[in-house]
Design a protein around this ligand. Structure first.
Ligand code: NAD
Length: 428
Protein backbone atom coordinates (compact mmCIF):
# COMPACT_ATOMS: atom_id res chain seq x y z
CA UNK A 1 0.00 0.00 0.00
CA UNK A 2 1.32 3.41 -0.86
CA UNK A 3 2.27 5.50 2.15
CA UNK A 4 0.95 8.66 0.57
CA UNK A 5 -2.45 7.30 -0.26
CA UNK A 6 -5.57 7.50 1.85
CA UNK A 7 -6.09 3.87 3.00
CA UNK A 8 -9.73 3.90 1.96
CA UNK A 9 -8.78 4.99 -1.56
CA UNK A 10 -6.32 2.09 -1.59
CA UNK A 11 -9.06 -0.31 -0.47
CA UNK A 12 -11.37 1.00 -3.19
CA UNK A 13 -8.64 0.72 -5.85
CA UNK A 14 -7.97 -2.89 -4.83
CA UNK A 15 -11.68 -3.64 -5.01
CA UNK A 16 -11.96 -1.96 -8.45
CA UNK A 17 -9.21 -4.22 -9.78
CA UNK A 18 -11.03 -7.34 -8.53
CA UNK A 19 -14.34 -6.02 -9.82
CA UNK A 20 -12.79 -5.52 -13.28
CA UNK A 21 -11.39 -9.05 -13.31
CA UNK A 22 -14.81 -10.41 -12.32
CA UNK A 23 -16.65 -8.11 -14.75
CA UNK A 24 -19.02 -6.90 -12.03
CA UNK A 25 -21.95 -4.69 -13.07
CA UNK A 26 -22.31 -1.12 -11.78
CA UNK A 27 -24.96 -1.73 -9.11
CA UNK A 28 -22.78 -4.35 -7.42
CA UNK A 29 -19.73 -2.10 -7.61
CA UNK A 30 -21.62 0.83 -6.04
CA UNK A 31 -22.72 -1.33 -3.15
CA UNK A 32 -19.26 -2.75 -2.45
CA UNK A 33 -17.09 0.35 -3.02
CA UNK A 34 -18.69 2.02 0.01
CA UNK A 35 -19.76 0.79 3.44
CA UNK A 36 -23.44 -0.08 3.90
CA UNK A 37 -23.63 1.85 7.17
CA UNK A 38 -21.50 4.30 9.14
CA UNK A 39 -21.92 5.64 12.66
CA UNK A 40 -20.16 8.81 13.86
CA UNK A 41 -20.77 9.78 17.46
CA UNK A 42 -19.53 11.73 20.48
CA UNK A 43 -18.66 10.02 23.74
CA UNK A 44 -18.70 12.19 26.88
CA UNK A 45 -16.36 10.77 29.53
CA UNK A 46 -16.11 11.92 33.15
CA UNK A 47 -12.38 12.24 33.84
CA UNK A 48 -10.78 11.45 37.20
CA UNK A 49 -10.29 15.18 37.92
CA UNK A 50 -14.04 15.81 37.63
CA UNK A 51 -13.93 17.40 34.15
CA UNK A 52 -15.71 15.96 31.12
CA UNK A 53 -13.89 15.16 27.87
CA UNK A 54 -15.76 14.49 24.67
CA UNK A 55 -14.27 11.87 22.32
CA UNK A 56 -15.17 11.08 18.70
CA UNK A 57 -16.13 7.48 17.94
CA UNK A 58 -16.89 5.53 14.79
CA UNK A 59 -18.36 2.22 13.70
CA UNK A 60 -18.43 1.23 10.05
CA UNK A 61 -20.37 -1.80 8.79
CA UNK A 62 -18.99 -2.30 5.31
CA UNK A 63 -21.02 -5.33 4.26
CA UNK A 64 -23.07 -7.91 6.14
CA UNK A 65 -24.48 -9.96 3.26
CA UNK A 66 -22.74 -13.12 4.54
CA UNK A 67 -23.52 -12.58 8.23
CA UNK A 68 -23.06 -10.12 11.12
CA UNK A 69 -20.30 -7.53 10.67
CA UNK A 70 -17.05 -8.40 12.41
CA UNK A 71 -14.00 -6.33 13.25
CA UNK A 72 -11.99 -4.59 15.93
CA UNK A 73 -12.29 -1.23 17.66
CA UNK A 74 -9.07 0.82 17.54
CA UNK A 75 -8.20 3.49 20.11
CA UNK A 76 -5.65 5.67 18.33
CA UNK A 77 -4.96 9.41 18.00
CA UNK A 78 -4.67 9.15 14.18
CA UNK A 79 -7.99 7.37 13.68
CA UNK A 80 -10.20 8.92 10.95
CA UNK A 81 -13.37 7.80 9.25
CA UNK A 82 -11.27 6.71 6.26
CA UNK A 83 -8.92 4.49 8.28
CA UNK A 84 -12.00 2.81 9.76
CA UNK A 85 -13.70 2.50 6.35
CA UNK A 86 -10.60 0.90 4.86
CA UNK A 87 -10.22 -1.65 7.64
CA UNK A 88 -13.94 -2.47 7.54
CA UNK A 89 -13.70 -3.11 3.79
CA UNK A 90 -10.68 -5.39 4.25
CA UNK A 91 -12.57 -7.30 6.97
CA UNK A 92 -15.34 -8.10 4.47
CA UNK A 93 -12.75 -9.73 2.20
CA UNK A 94 -10.90 -11.43 5.07
CA UNK A 95 -14.06 -13.08 6.46
CA UNK A 96 -15.14 -14.13 2.98
CA UNK A 97 -11.77 -15.63 2.01
CA UNK A 98 -11.61 -17.50 5.34
CA UNK A 99 -15.15 -18.68 4.56
CA UNK A 100 -16.60 -17.71 7.93
CA UNK A 101 -20.24 -16.56 7.88
CA UNK A 102 -19.52 -12.96 8.83
CA UNK A 103 -19.28 -9.59 7.14
CA UNK A 104 -16.83 -6.72 7.56
CA UNK A 105 -16.92 -3.98 10.17
CA UNK A 106 -14.49 -1.87 12.18
CA UNK A 107 -14.66 0.81 14.82
CA UNK A 108 -12.51 3.41 16.44
CA UNK A 109 -12.10 6.28 18.85
CA UNK A 110 -9.74 9.22 18.32
CA UNK A 111 -7.70 8.89 21.51
CA UNK A 112 -4.27 7.96 22.79
CA UNK A 113 -5.24 5.35 25.42
CA UNK A 114 -1.85 5.73 27.12
CA UNK A 115 -3.00 9.16 28.33
CA UNK A 116 -6.03 7.71 30.19
CA UNK A 117 -6.21 6.12 33.63
CA UNK A 118 -7.74 2.64 33.99
CA UNK A 119 -11.04 4.07 35.22
CA UNK A 120 -11.15 6.62 32.38
CA UNK A 121 -10.55 3.81 29.87
CA UNK A 122 -13.38 1.83 31.41
CA UNK A 123 -15.74 4.81 31.16
CA UNK A 124 -14.70 5.40 27.52
CA UNK A 125 -15.40 1.73 26.67
CA UNK A 126 -18.80 1.85 28.35
CA UNK A 127 -19.50 5.18 26.61
CA UNK A 128 -18.74 3.63 23.21
CA UNK A 129 -21.30 0.90 23.93
CA UNK A 130 -23.85 3.47 25.14
CA UNK A 131 -23.74 5.05 21.68
CA UNK A 132 -23.71 1.83 19.65
CA UNK A 133 -25.66 -0.82 21.56
CA UNK A 134 -28.76 -0.54 19.38
CA UNK A 135 -26.70 -1.35 16.30
CA UNK A 136 -24.42 -4.15 17.49
CA UNK A 137 -25.16 -7.67 18.74
CA UNK A 138 -24.33 -11.32 18.05
CA UNK A 139 -26.71 -11.31 15.07
CA UNK A 140 -25.83 -7.80 13.88
CA UNK A 141 -22.26 -6.71 14.46
CA UNK A 142 -19.60 -8.26 16.70
CA UNK A 143 -16.67 -5.97 17.60
CA UNK A 144 -13.28 -7.13 18.93
CA UNK A 145 -9.96 -5.63 20.09
CA UNK A 146 -7.58 -3.84 17.72
CA UNK A 147 -4.62 -1.53 18.27
CA UNK A 148 -4.99 0.23 21.63
CA UNK A 149 -7.81 -1.97 22.95
CA UNK A 150 -7.48 -5.10 25.10
CA UNK A 151 -9.37 -8.23 26.26
CA UNK A 152 -10.19 -6.41 29.54
CA UNK A 153 -11.82 -3.59 27.53
CA UNK A 154 -13.93 -6.16 25.64
CA UNK A 155 -15.10 -7.56 29.00
CA UNK A 156 -16.22 -4.06 30.12
CA UNK A 157 -17.97 -3.48 26.80
CA UNK A 158 -19.73 -6.85 26.93
CA UNK A 159 -20.82 -6.09 30.51
CA UNK A 160 -22.25 -2.71 29.51
CA UNK A 161 -24.12 -4.20 26.55
CA UNK A 162 -25.51 -7.04 28.70
CA UNK A 163 -26.76 -4.53 31.28
CA UNK A 164 -28.38 -2.32 28.63
CA UNK A 165 -30.29 -5.14 26.95
CA UNK A 166 -30.97 -6.95 30.24
CA UNK A 167 -29.49 -10.23 29.04
CA UNK A 168 -26.06 -11.82 29.51
CA UNK A 169 -24.69 -11.74 25.95
CA UNK A 170 -21.01 -12.76 25.80
CA UNK A 171 -21.12 -13.25 22.01
CA UNK A 172 -21.52 -9.51 21.32
CA UNK A 173 -17.74 -8.93 21.62
CA UNK A 174 -14.89 -11.32 20.92
CA UNK A 175 -11.28 -11.21 22.08
CA UNK A 176 -12.49 -11.39 25.69
CA UNK A 177 -10.28 -12.85 28.44
CA UNK A 178 -10.47 -16.68 28.54
CA UNK A 179 -11.97 -16.44 32.05
CA UNK A 180 -14.80 -14.30 30.67
CA UNK A 181 -15.95 -16.19 27.57
CA UNK A 182 -12.79 -15.90 25.45
CA UNK A 183 -11.59 -18.83 23.34
CA UNK A 184 -8.58 -20.98 24.11
CA UNK A 185 -6.12 -20.87 21.22
CA UNK A 186 -6.82 -17.22 20.35
CA UNK A 187 -3.31 -16.18 21.46
CA UNK A 188 -1.65 -18.65 19.08
CA UNK A 189 -4.28 -18.38 16.33
CA UNK A 190 -2.88 -15.73 13.99
CA UNK A 191 0.74 -16.95 14.07
CA UNK A 192 -0.20 -20.62 13.78
CA UNK A 193 -2.63 -19.72 10.99
CA UNK A 194 0.27 -18.11 9.11
CA UNK A 195 2.22 -21.37 9.44
CA UNK A 196 -0.69 -23.56 8.25
CA UNK A 197 -0.71 -21.52 5.02
CA UNK A 198 3.12 -21.60 4.76
CA UNK A 199 3.01 -25.40 5.12
CA UNK A 200 0.51 -25.66 2.25
CA UNK A 201 2.46 -23.21 0.07
CA UNK A 202 5.69 -25.14 0.57
CA UNK A 203 3.94 -28.42 -0.21
CA UNK A 204 2.57 -26.84 -3.39
CA UNK A 205 6.04 -25.62 -4.41
CA UNK A 206 7.66 -28.96 -3.55
CA UNK A 207 9.87 -27.47 -0.82
CA UNK A 208 11.08 -29.57 2.08
CA UNK A 209 10.01 -27.78 5.27
CA UNK A 210 12.54 -29.68 7.41
CA UNK A 211 15.56 -28.11 5.75
CA UNK A 212 14.00 -24.73 5.32
CA UNK A 213 14.76 -21.34 6.85
CA UNK A 214 12.40 -18.50 7.70
CA UNK A 215 13.28 -14.85 8.34
CA UNK A 216 10.73 -12.83 10.28
CA UNK A 217 10.08 -9.19 10.96
CA UNK A 218 8.52 -8.48 14.36
CA UNK A 219 8.34 -10.46 17.57
CA UNK A 220 4.88 -9.60 18.87
CA UNK A 221 1.85 -11.86 19.04
CA UNK A 222 1.84 -12.88 15.37
CA UNK A 223 5.60 -13.29 14.84
CA UNK A 224 6.16 -15.21 18.11
CA UNK A 225 3.68 -17.95 17.24
CA UNK A 226 4.66 -17.96 13.57
CA UNK A 227 8.29 -18.55 14.64
CA UNK A 228 7.28 -21.23 17.17
CA UNK A 229 5.05 -22.91 14.57
CA UNK A 230 7.77 -22.82 11.89
CA UNK A 231 10.19 -24.65 14.20
CA UNK A 232 7.80 -26.97 16.05
CA UNK A 233 5.24 -27.81 13.34
CA UNK A 234 7.36 -27.66 10.20
CA UNK A 235 10.76 -28.61 11.65
CA UNK A 236 12.38 -25.58 10.01
CA UNK A 237 14.91 -23.09 11.31
CA UNK A 238 14.31 -19.41 12.10
CA UNK A 239 17.16 -17.17 10.94
CA UNK A 240 16.00 -13.97 12.62
CA UNK A 241 13.21 -11.94 14.18
CA UNK A 242 13.07 -8.21 14.83
CA UNK A 243 11.59 -5.78 17.30
CA UNK A 244 11.35 -2.18 18.30
CA UNK A 245 13.52 -1.25 21.25
CA UNK A 246 11.92 1.25 23.62
CA UNK A 247 15.19 2.22 25.32
CA UNK A 248 17.24 2.88 22.17
CA UNK A 249 14.09 4.14 20.38
CA UNK A 250 14.88 2.13 17.25
CA UNK A 251 14.28 -1.35 15.84
CA UNK A 252 16.81 -4.20 15.61
CA UNK A 253 17.01 -7.59 13.92
CA UNK A 254 18.10 -10.49 16.19
CA UNK A 255 19.79 -13.61 14.86
CA UNK A 256 21.79 -16.49 16.33
CA UNK A 257 24.56 -18.53 14.69
CA UNK A 258 22.71 -21.74 15.64
CA UNK A 259 19.28 -20.40 14.65
CA UNK A 260 16.73 -18.54 16.77
CA UNK A 261 15.09 -20.46 19.63
CA UNK A 262 11.64 -18.80 19.59
CA UNK A 263 10.48 -20.23 22.93
CA UNK A 264 13.60 -18.91 24.63
CA UNK A 265 13.27 -15.50 22.98
CA UNK A 266 9.60 -15.40 23.93
CA UNK A 267 10.59 -15.96 27.57
CA UNK A 268 12.73 -12.77 27.47
CA UNK A 269 10.20 -10.64 25.55
CA UNK A 270 7.71 -8.25 27.17
CA UNK A 271 3.99 -7.87 26.42
CA UNK A 272 4.75 -5.27 23.72
CA UNK A 273 7.01 -7.66 21.77
CA UNK A 274 10.29 -6.09 22.93
CA UNK A 275 13.19 -8.49 23.42
CA UNK A 276 15.43 -7.94 26.46
CA UNK A 277 18.69 -6.91 24.76
CA UNK A 278 21.02 -7.85 27.63
CA UNK A 279 19.56 -11.34 28.08
CA UNK A 280 19.62 -11.93 24.30
CA UNK A 281 23.28 -10.87 24.12
CA UNK A 282 24.18 -13.13 27.06
CA UNK A 283 22.61 -16.08 25.18
CA UNK A 284 24.71 -15.39 22.06
CA UNK A 285 22.15 -13.49 20.00
CA UNK A 286 23.54 -11.05 17.46
CA UNK A 287 21.91 -7.64 17.15
CA UNK A 288 21.78 -6.38 13.58
CA UNK A 289 20.45 -3.47 11.58
CA UNK A 290 16.63 -3.00 11.63
CA UNK A 291 16.13 -4.11 8.02
CA UNK A 292 18.66 -7.00 8.13
CA UNK A 293 15.73 -9.48 8.19
CA UNK A 294 14.89 -8.59 4.60
CA UNK A 295 18.13 -9.84 2.98
CA UNK A 296 18.69 -12.90 5.18
CA UNK A 297 19.24 -16.15 3.31
CA UNK A 298 15.87 -17.86 3.78
CA UNK A 299 13.19 -19.83 1.95
CA UNK A 300 10.30 -18.04 3.63
CA UNK A 301 10.02 -14.37 4.51
CA UNK A 302 7.39 -13.48 7.12
CA UNK A 303 6.79 -9.76 7.59
CA UNK A 304 4.77 -9.75 10.81
CA UNK A 305 5.21 -6.29 12.29
CA UNK A 306 4.14 -3.25 10.33
CA UNK A 307 2.60 -2.05 7.08
CA UNK A 308 4.57 -0.70 4.09
CA UNK A 309 7.77 -2.71 4.72
CA UNK A 310 8.22 -4.30 1.27
CA UNK A 311 8.53 -1.33 -1.06
CA UNK A 312 10.09 -0.59 -4.48
CA UNK A 313 13.31 0.22 -2.56
CA UNK A 314 13.37 -2.68 -0.11
CA UNK A 315 11.87 -5.55 -2.19
CA UNK A 316 14.95 -5.82 -4.49
CA UNK A 317 16.95 -6.61 -1.33
CA UNK A 318 15.01 -9.84 -0.70
CA UNK A 319 17.47 -12.78 -0.84
CA UNK A 320 17.53 -14.86 -4.05
CA UNK A 321 16.72 -17.99 -2.04
CA UNK A 322 13.30 -16.69 -0.89
CA UNK A 323 10.45 -18.64 -2.49
CA UNK A 324 7.52 -17.70 -0.26
CA UNK A 325 6.41 -14.43 1.35
CA UNK A 326 3.80 -15.00 4.06
CA UNK A 327 2.20 -11.68 4.98
CA UNK A 328 1.53 -12.03 8.71
CA UNK A 329 1.10 -8.26 9.10
CA UNK A 330 -1.70 -6.28 7.52
CA UNK A 331 -0.54 -4.42 4.41
CA UNK A 332 3.23 -5.11 4.67
CA UNK A 333 3.67 -4.70 0.90
CA UNK A 334 3.19 -1.44 -0.99
CA UNK A 335 1.67 -1.45 -4.48
CA UNK A 336 5.15 -0.69 -5.87
CA UNK A 337 6.80 -3.40 -3.76
CA UNK A 338 4.23 -5.88 -5.04
CA UNK A 339 5.31 -5.20 -8.65
CA UNK A 340 8.92 -6.14 -7.79
CA UNK A 341 7.85 -9.30 -5.93
CA UNK A 342 5.57 -10.36 -8.78
CA UNK A 343 8.37 -9.84 -11.35
CA UNK A 344 10.71 -11.96 -9.25
CA UNK A 345 8.16 -14.78 -9.23
CA UNK A 346 8.06 -15.13 -5.44
CA UNK A 347 4.95 -16.96 -4.20
CA UNK A 348 2.90 -14.60 -2.00
CA UNK A 349 0.36 -15.60 0.64
CA UNK A 350 -1.56 -12.30 0.80
CA UNK A 351 -2.27 -10.70 4.17
CA UNK A 352 -6.02 -11.16 4.40
CA UNK A 353 -5.61 -14.87 3.71
CA UNK A 354 -2.36 -15.41 5.65
CA UNK A 355 -3.40 -13.70 8.90
CA UNK A 356 -7.09 -14.75 8.88
CA UNK A 357 -6.43 -17.16 11.78
CA UNK A 358 -7.23 -14.41 14.28
CA UNK A 359 -10.69 -13.57 12.98
CA UNK A 360 -11.44 -17.25 12.40
CA UNK A 361 -10.79 -17.96 16.07
CA UNK A 362 -12.86 -14.92 17.02
CA UNK A 363 -15.66 -16.53 15.05
CA UNK A 364 -15.06 -19.75 17.03
CA UNK A 365 -15.30 -17.67 20.21
CA UNK A 366 -18.76 -16.36 19.32
CA UNK A 367 -19.86 -19.87 18.27
CA UNK A 368 -18.77 -21.19 21.70
CA UNK A 369 -20.52 -18.25 23.42
CA UNK A 370 -23.72 -19.06 21.51
CA UNK A 371 -23.54 -22.73 22.53
CA UNK A 372 -22.41 -21.90 26.07
CA UNK A 373 -20.04 -24.84 25.58
CA UNK A 374 -16.28 -24.45 25.27
CA UNK A 375 -13.74 -26.43 23.25
CA UNK A 376 -10.26 -27.34 24.46
CA UNK A 377 -7.25 -25.74 22.77
CA UNK A 378 -6.50 -28.78 20.58
CA UNK A 379 -10.02 -28.73 19.18
CA UNK A 380 -9.83 -24.99 18.43
CA UNK A 381 -6.47 -25.33 16.67
CA UNK A 382 -7.57 -28.39 14.71
CA UNK A 383 -10.63 -26.52 13.43
CA UNK A 384 -8.42 -23.53 12.65
CA UNK A 385 -6.00 -25.66 10.64
CA UNK A 386 -8.89 -27.09 8.65
CA UNK A 387 -10.30 -23.63 7.86
CA UNK A 388 -6.94 -22.07 6.93
CA UNK A 389 -5.93 -25.02 4.75
CA UNK A 390 -9.23 -24.92 2.88
CA UNK A 391 -9.01 -21.13 2.43
CA UNK A 392 -5.46 -21.42 1.08
CA UNK A 393 -6.47 -24.05 -1.47
CA UNK A 394 -9.56 -22.10 -2.58
CA UNK A 395 -7.29 -19.16 -3.41
CA UNK A 396 -4.59 -21.33 -5.01
CA UNK A 397 -7.21 -23.03 -7.19
CA UNK A 398 -8.49 -19.63 -8.32
CA UNK A 399 -4.92 -18.44 -9.04
CA UNK A 400 -4.26 -21.49 -11.20
CA UNK A 401 -7.63 -21.47 -12.95
CA UNK A 402 -7.52 -17.74 -13.82
CA UNK A 403 -3.71 -17.65 -14.13
CA UNK A 404 -3.51 -14.70 -11.75
CA UNK A 405 -1.25 -13.59 -8.91
CA UNK A 406 -2.20 -15.00 -5.46
CA UNK A 407 -3.22 -11.54 -4.15
CA UNK A 408 -5.57 -11.02 -7.11
CA UNK A 409 -6.91 -14.55 -6.68
CA UNK A 410 -7.70 -13.86 -3.01
CA UNK A 411 -9.70 -10.78 -4.05
CA UNK A 412 -11.52 -12.79 -6.72
CA UNK A 413 -12.50 -15.51 -4.23
CA UNK A 414 -13.60 -13.01 -1.59
CA UNK A 415 -15.54 -10.59 -3.80
CA UNK A 416 -17.25 -13.44 -5.64
CA UNK A 417 -18.46 -14.97 -2.35
CA UNK A 418 -19.90 -11.66 -1.12
CA UNK A 419 -21.57 -10.97 -4.47
CA UNK A 420 -23.15 -14.43 -4.48
CA UNK A 421 -24.62 -13.80 -1.01
CA UNK A 422 -25.93 -10.38 -2.08
CA UNK A 423 -27.58 -11.97 -5.14
CA UNK A 424 -29.11 -14.81 -3.11
CA UNK A 425 -30.55 -12.25 -0.70
CA UNK A 426 -31.97 -10.26 -3.60
CA UNK A 427 -29.91 -7.12 -2.92
CA UNK A 428 -28.60 -6.86 -6.48
P1 NAD B 1 2.36 -6.62 18.33
O1 NAD B 1 2.15 -5.21 18.74
O2 NAD B 1 2.12 -7.72 19.31
O3 NAD B 1 3.87 -6.83 17.78
C1 NAD B 1 4.47 -5.98 16.86
C2 NAD B 1 5.96 -6.35 16.80
O4 NAD B 1 6.58 -5.56 15.80
C3 NAD B 1 6.69 -6.07 18.11
O5 NAD B 1 7.65 -7.08 18.33
C4 NAD B 1 7.39 -4.75 17.82
O6 NAD B 1 8.56 -4.56 18.61
C5 NAD B 1 7.74 -4.96 16.36
N1 NAD B 1 8.05 -3.70 15.68
C6 NAD B 1 7.45 -2.50 15.82
N2 NAD B 1 8.03 -1.59 15.05
C7 NAD B 1 9.03 -2.23 14.40
C8 NAD B 1 9.98 -1.83 13.45
N3 NAD B 1 10.05 -0.58 13.00
N4 NAD B 1 10.84 -2.77 12.98
C9 NAD B 1 10.80 -4.03 13.42
N5 NAD B 1 9.91 -4.48 14.32
C10 NAD B 1 9.05 -3.58 14.80
O7 NAD B 1 1.47 -6.81 17.02
P2 NAD B 1 0.86 -8.15 16.43
O8 NAD B 1 -0.45 -8.40 17.08
O9 NAD B 1 1.90 -9.20 16.41
O10 NAD B 1 0.52 -7.68 14.94
C11 NAD B 1 1.52 -7.59 13.95
C12 NAD B 1 0.85 -7.34 12.61
O11 NAD B 1 -0.08 -8.39 12.34
C13 NAD B 1 0.04 -6.04 12.49
O12 NAD B 1 0.12 -5.61 11.15
C14 NAD B 1 -1.37 -6.50 12.80
O13 NAD B 1 -2.34 -5.62 12.23
C15 NAD B 1 -1.38 -7.84 12.09
N6 NAD B 1 -2.41 -8.77 12.58
C16 NAD B 1 -2.46 -9.16 13.88
C17 NAD B 1 -3.41 -10.06 14.29
C18 NAD B 1 -3.46 -10.58 15.70
O14 NAD B 1 -4.30 -11.45 15.97
N7 NAD B 1 -2.61 -10.14 16.59
C19 NAD B 1 -4.38 -10.55 13.37
C20 NAD B 1 -4.31 -10.14 12.04
C21 NAD B 1 -3.32 -9.25 11.65
Amino acid sequence: MSETQNPFETAQAQFDKGADLLGLPDDVRQLLRWPLREFHFRIPVKMDDGSTRVFTGFRVQHNDARGPSKGGIRFHPNETIDTVRARATWMTWKCAVADIPLGGGKGGVIVNPATLSVTEKERLCRGWVNQMWRNIGPRMDVPAPDVGTTPQMMAWMMDEYSKLIGNFTPGVFTGKPVDMGGSLGRTEATGYGVIYTVREAMKHLGLDTKNSIAALQGFGNVAQYAAIGFVEMLGGKVACVSCWDGVDKKPYTYSHPAGVDPRFLQSITDQYGTIDQAKAAAAGYVKEDAMAWIDKEADVLIPAALENMLTAETAPRIHQRVRVIAEGANGPTTLEGDVVIKQRGIFVIPDFLCNAGGVTTSYFESVQNDMNFYWNKEEVLQRLDHKMTKAFHDVLEMAEERKVYMRDAAYLVAIDKVVRSMRLRGWV
